[in-house]
Design a binder for this molecule. Structure first.
Ligand code: DC
Length: 232
């Protein structure tokens, strides 16, 4: 049976990646974390001194883009598909708060989006894929058979991200993480190119007070229903 495309969009720290990963495993589909791709471009820009005091040298970024090669490789230890930048595993550095501070501004640049969206569309050519991000159901795969949109209160999301960063040993304050979450929400949903918004047909899930298992069950049963409808 030919697979479908599952598009999962939503605000930062709504658990999209965790859910997308588990849903893909349950369906035996490929999982792609598109946020990691925007993070890797941001990390490359930082390494190349293209961001100074929050200012992005757009021309330098555009020429850097041509030399950026992104790929995912399975990490046998964690079972995660790690992001690679020009052959280097950058899964850990792309998750720092420093990268989070700049990533929304990098992701708002059309040249960046054009390159990454094209690569994402190629990854989904054979379907059987779960992809999470901000514009998957609206721009990358507007015809995706299954679309979800995840939300939760900014405070709950900041707390989740804060705990994650603490577990990784990063010294950050809850207030800084909350500010970053709110700032990214604003930039992601107000940018001109592909702003974050719910696709018309997406199933919205507010998971402020919902556990992962409950959400996964709902998402899996909805996806299986759609697959069955398409197959029959
Ligand atoms: O999902 P995340 O927090 O790792 O995403 C990092 C940033 O990348 C987020 O602030 C917005 C941007 N992004 C995007 O613009 N489009 C996507 N498809 C995925 C992420």
């Amino acid at each position: 049976m030919k697979g479908v495309i599952v598009a999962i969009d939503g605000y930062s720290s709504t658990g999209k990646s965790t859910l997308a990963k588990r849903l893909a495993a349950a369906l035996d589909y490929i999982y792609v974390d598109t946020g990691a791709m925007y993070r890797a471009v941001t990390y490359a820009a930082m390494k190349n001194d293209i961001i100074t005091d929050g200012h992005i040298d757009r021309d330098a970024l555009k020429s850097l883009l041509g030399s950026i090669k992104l790929s995912f490789e399975l990490n046998k230890k964690t079972g995660n598909a790690d992001i690679f930048l020009n052959g280097e595993n950058v899964e850990v550095p792309v998750r720092t708060l420093e990268v989070s501070v700049h990533v929304s501004n990098i992701a708002a640049i059309s040249a960046v989006r054009k390159k990454l969206v094209q690569q994402q569309q190629e990854m989904g050519e054979n379907k059987g894929i779960v992809m999470d991000g901000r514009d998957i159901g609206t721009v990358v795969f507007p015809k995706a058979e299954v679309k979800f949109f995840l939300t939760a209160s900014p405070e709950k999301r900041a707390l989740r991200r804060y705990k994650e960063l603490q577990d990784k040993g990063e010294k950050v304050s809850y207030d800084d993480v909350l500010k970053n979450v709110q700032n990214r929400d604003y930039i992601d949903s107000h940018r001109e190119d592909s702003p974050l918004k719910k696709a018309d047909t997406a199933v919205e899930i507010d998971n402020s007070d919902m556990g992962l298992d409950e959400q996964l069950e709902r998402m899996l049963s909805y996806t299986k229903d759609i697959i069955e409808q398409i197959t029959n």
